[in-house]
Write a protein that binds this ligand. Structure first.
Ligand code: NDP
Length: 241
């Protein structure tokens, strides 16, 4: 029997790419999904296409209280929260010398603080319930730094460090999973304002895997028995460096 049916899963950054694909796949497998992101029109359309018990709430992960609201909403609606997928992220790449300091701040706020807000909202709930799972989305940029990606990679190194620390502290009842995608089809590169970085990324992103491949990896981690914690997965296009 599937170990996903009936699970309550909160997914951040669910309005496109990996978050959207994950929401669709998990719902198709019988999970109660709660989608969060800022573009509410997208969430409404995706949720209505999913149908069933899917819910959505407008969410800016940089606002701690909004992360608490969506977790509380999921708990009130379905009685508990099984999984939080901390997926929301941005990638406005540029060389450090371009001094796009506002974009550095935004990446730190969304990619690091957003994940921390997911943890601070979810951990007390999961501790109280005595079960739960965090799935944090990092990147291959959490393992090596590439040109124009110093700050982005730094945020993903941080997500990897935070996730491993959480896993060590979480105890026997809470599972902690890091999923690190390689180049995946999504809207992620749209946030690049720097012309040089945008052109380089276009080339780099020619070989990619569909968002559904990352959704399948997330499903795999959730489906394992409660005593099995898939702690880390790197999923990239075959043949990519
Ligand atoms: P998308 O740009 O398609 O999706 C990013 C999602 O994050 C969107 O739903 C966006 O929704 C949401 N988001 C951005 N800012 C916020 C915010 N402040 N609050 C809430 N939601 C926010 O890209 P991906 O699907 O590729 O990205 C998902 C994750 O995967 C990211 O963490 C990314 O770093 C990671 N990743 C992706 C790779 C790839 O090649 N695609 C490779 C490695 C990692 P909205 O704008 O509506 O808020």
């Amino acid at each position: 029997m599937s170990n996903i049916a009936g699970k309550v899963v909160v997914i951040t950054g669910a309005s496109s790419g990996i978050g959207e694909a994950t929401s669709r796949l998990l719902a198709q497998k019988g999970a109660h999904v709660v989608l969060g992101a800022r573009r509410i029109d997208r969430l409404e359309a995706i949720t209505s296409a999913i149908g069933g018990t899917a819910e959505f709430m407008q969410l800016d992960v940089t606002k701690r209280e909004q992360m608490e609201e969506i977790v509380n909403f999921a708990r009130e609606k379905f009685g508990h929260v099984d999984v939080i997928v901390n997926n929301a992220g941005i990638m406005p790449l540029s060389k450090l010398e371009a001094l796009k300091v506002n974009e550095w701040d935004q990446m730190i706020d969304v990619n690091i603080r957003g994940v921390l807000h997911g943890i601070s909202a979810g951990l007390p709930v999961m501790k109280e319930q005595g079960f739960g799972q965090f799935i944090n989305i990092a990147s291959i940029g959490a393992y090596t730094v590439s040109p124009t990606a110093a700050v982005y990679c730094a945020t993903k190194f941080a997500v990897r460090a935070i996730t491993d620390g959480l896993r060590q502290e979480a105890g026997n009842d809470i599972r902690v999973t890091l999923v690190s995608p390689g180049v995946t089809e999504s809207e992620l590169a749209d946030s690049i304002s720097d012309e040089l970085a945008r052109a380089a990324m276009k080339e780099y992103r020619q070989i990619s895997i569909p968002s559904s491949a990352i959704a399948s990896s997330i499903l795999f981690a959730i489906e394992q028995p409660a005593e099995v914690d898939v702690s880390e997965m790197v999923v990239r296009p075959t043949g990519s460096l």
